[in-house]
Design a protein around this ligand. Structure first.
Ligand SMILES: Nc1nc2c(ncn2[C@@H]2O[C@H](COP(=O)(O)OP(=O)(O)OP(=O)(O)O)[C@@H](O)[C@H]2O)c(=O)[nH]1
Ligand SMILES: [Mg+2]
Ligand SMILES: [Zn+2]
Length: 290
C-alpha cells in the first residue's frame, strides 16, 4: 500500500493511507534514519508490525525540524511584535532554495497600523500569495486555506506573531493536539523536535518552531547567484547594462535594480538588506575559496 508518513515517535512511523493511519516500523536499510515525516512510502500492512518497504524520491529534506517534501512555507508577521524584515527576506530565500513556495501571512489584521499596505508594496512583486488574517475572528483564514490546500506546509516567523493561533484556527477539531505539540516543541531547546502533519479540509499542516530563525551563512547560495532568488529583481534585471551585474556597486545608469530602487519602484530597505546578505555570502565565499 502507499501512504504518507505523518508522525514519528521513537522507531514507529504513523503512515496515513486514505482515512486510515497505520503504525509501521522501517525495514532493513531504512531503519537508520531512512524515513522522515513527509515521506511518501510503500508499506506492507500485513506484517506484524506493518513495515515500510520503500521511500519515494524526495523533493527536499530538513534536519531541524526533521521533515521532508515541504511544499509551502507560511511566513507569518504582524504589526506586533515589531516585524524584522531581514527574517522575512531570509525565509523567502530559504524557501526558494529548497523548492518551497513562500507564502506571506500578515496576521493580527485587527491591530494593523500600516503594515498590511507596506508588506503588499514591498513584497507584492516577489511573493505571489500575500494574505491578511485575524486568527481570533477567523477573518482571512479561508483565503489562507485556499493558498495552502493540497500542499504540505509549515509556519515560520518571529515568536508571538500568531503562528499557533492560525494553525489552531485552521485545525478546529485538533486544537488540543496542537497545544500538546507546541508544549513538546517548547520543552528544552536541544531535544529532538517533534514534528507531525495534521489534516483539515485538504490542508496538510505542521506547526513546528524549527524554521523560524535562519543564519544566512547557512543558505546554500553562492553570492553571485543571490539576485536569482529575488523574483522582483529577476523581472527587470535584463535591463542592467552588464549581463553579470550583481546590483551592488554598479552605477545608477548601469544597474536597473538600483535605478528602480532610486525611483521607488522597488523597496529601498529590502535592497539594503539584499546588499547586507550579499556581503555576508561574499565573505563566506572568500573564506572558503581563498
Ligand atoms: N490581536 C490579535 N492577537 C492575536 C492574533 N493572533 C494571535 N494573537 C495573539 O498573539 C499572541 C501570540 O500568539 P501565538 O499563536 O502563540 O504566537 P506564535 O507565533 O505561535 O508564537 P511562538 O510559538 O512563540 O513562536 C497570543 O496572545 C495570541 O492570542 C490576531 O489575529 N489578533
Ligand atoms: Mg507557537
Ligand atoms: Zn543590476
Amino acid at each position: 500500500m502507499q501512504g504518507l508518513v505523518v508522525k514519528k515517535v521513537a522507531d514507529n512511523f504513523w503512515v496515513k493511507a486514505g482515512d486510515d493511519a497505520f503504525v509501521c516500523v522501517a525495514r532493513g536499510a531504512l531503519k537508520a534514519n531512512g524515513v522522515f515525516v513527509g515521506d511518501r512510502v510503500e508499506f506492507d500492512p500485513n506484517n506484524n508490525p506493518a513495515t515500510i518497504e520503500k521511500v519515494e524520491k524526495r523533493k527536499n529534506i530538513f534536519v531541524r525540524p526533521p521533515l521532508c517534501n515541504l511544499d509551502a512555507l507560511v511566513i507569518t508577521i504582524a504589526q506586533v511584535p515589531q516585524p524584522d524584515y531581514m527574517i522575512v527576506d531570509k525565509l523567502i530565500l530559504f524557501s526558494l532554495c529548497y523548492g518551497v513556495e513562500p507564502i506571506i501571512v500578515v496576521n493580527k489584521k485587527d491591530i494593523d497600523a500600516g503594515i498590511c499596505a507596506y508588506v503588499k508594496q514591498t513584497y507584492g512583486k516577489a511573493v505571489k500569495n500575500i494574505i491578511f488574517t485575524n486568527a481570533h475572528t477567523g477573518e482571512g483564514v479561508e483565503d489562507l486555506k485556499s493558498a495552502i490546500r493540497g500542499k504540505l506546509c509549515a509556519f515560520a516567523g518571529q515568536s508571538a506573531v500568531g503562528k499557533s493561533a492560525l494553525v489552531n484556527s485552521i485545525l478546529k477539531k485538533h486544537a488540543s493536539l496542537v497545544g500538546e505539540l507546541s508544549i513538546k516543541i517548547e520543552r528544552g531547546k536541544n531535544t529532538t523536535r517533534h514534528c507531525e502533519i495534521f489534516f483539515e479540509d485538504g490542508c496538510l499542516i505542521t506547526d513546528t518552531a524549527g524554521f523560524s530563525s535562519l543564519d544566512e551563512k547557512l543558505l546554500p547560495i553562492a553570492y553571485y547567484e543571490l539576485p536569482y532568488y529575488y523574483p522582483d529583481y529577476v523581472a527587470i534585471m535584463q535591463d542592467c547594462k552588464y549581463k553579470s551585474c550583481v546590483h551592488y556597486n554598479e552605477s545608477l545608469t548601469d544597474c536597473a535594480i538600483k535605478r528602480a530602487v532610486e525611483e521607488g519602484m522597488l523597496d529601498k530597505d529590502r535592497y539594503l538588506r539584499y546588499k547586507e546578505i550579499y556581503k555576508t555570502l561574499n565573505n563566506k565565499w572568500v573564506k572558503t575559496h581563498g
